[in-house]
Ligand binder design. Structure first.
Ligand code: C5P
Length: 226
């Protein structure tokens, strides 16, 4: 079997609404590499725990849930959005809500939950390469990645982007509430003691405020050169 450490990894970390999800998908498509949406794993654990009636502050019970939950990414038949199956149930729609984001952020502070997801994340590292999207991809999960990026944007712009994303998907939200929720989530992600949100050493930091998507992709490929 090929040595996973020999498989190239490109990490894209950053706060919510920084554009990392879209950019990671486009970069992975262009390189023909696999994509790891690590946020979806935390969202899935938060969701599964909620479904089981587990109190999200009960570290032991949430950890048990993280160790046993079955998460499967299923490319959609019509080339559309990848579906996420949680314990066999298509939870894609539930996972994209800000409630799921807040639940993910709440359980993501538990060190044993993070540990429970490490092997699962490493298993995505397969030839010809991996683009890993998250908060700690370059700092903790793939510290040996060949290329590391950290995307940021102003809080107001990140809230506006998330607002548009959620609206486009038919979810009802208000911009002011969303901005408050996003700021609370980012504050928790950045201040937690384990794997806090921060640029990895040597990461290329791109402020995407006011920048069109293709310009951000171009900045990534100015560094990577396929
Ligand atoms: O990226 P996304 O918004 O889907 O992530 C949801 C939450 O999951 C984040 O706010 C963060 O708390 C957590 N997360 C994490 N580490 C990652 C990815 C996501 O702690 N690598």
């Amino acid at each position: 079997m090929a040595d996973p450490a020999a498989v190239p990894v490109l990490t894209i970390d950053g706060p919510s609404g920084s554009g990392k999800g879209t950019i990671s998908r486009l970069v992975a498509e262009r390189l023909g590499w696999r994509l790891l949406d690590s946020g979806a794993l935390y969202r899935a654990v938060g969701y599964a725990a909620g479904e089981e009636g587990i109190d999200l502050s009960d570290a032991e019970a949430v950890t048990r849930c993280a160790r046993t939950v079955k998460i499967r990414f299923q490319p959609s038949a019509d080339g559309g959005e990848t579906r996420v199956l949680v314990n066999g149930h298509d939870a894609t729609d539930e996972l994209r809500t800000e409630t799921a984001g807040a639940a993910a952020s709440a359980i993501a502070v538990i060190p044993s939950v993070r540990e429970a997801l490490v092997d699962l994340q490493h298993a995505f590292r397969k030839a010809p390469g991996l683009v890993a999207d998250g908060r700690d991809m370059g700092t903790v999960i793939f510290p040996d990645a060949a290329h590391k990026f950290f995307l940021t944007a102003s809080a107001a712009e990140r809230a506006k982007r998330r607002y548009k994303q959620l609206k486009d998907k038919g979810l009802s939200v208000t911009l002011a509430t969303l901005q408050r929720e996003i700021e609370a989530r980012d504050e928790r992600d950045a201040s937690r003691p384990v794997a806090p949100l921060k640029p990895a050493e040597g990461a290329v930091v791109i402020d995407t405020t006011g920048m069109p998507i293709d310009e951000v992709v171009a900045k990534v490929f100015a560094v990577v050169r396929p």
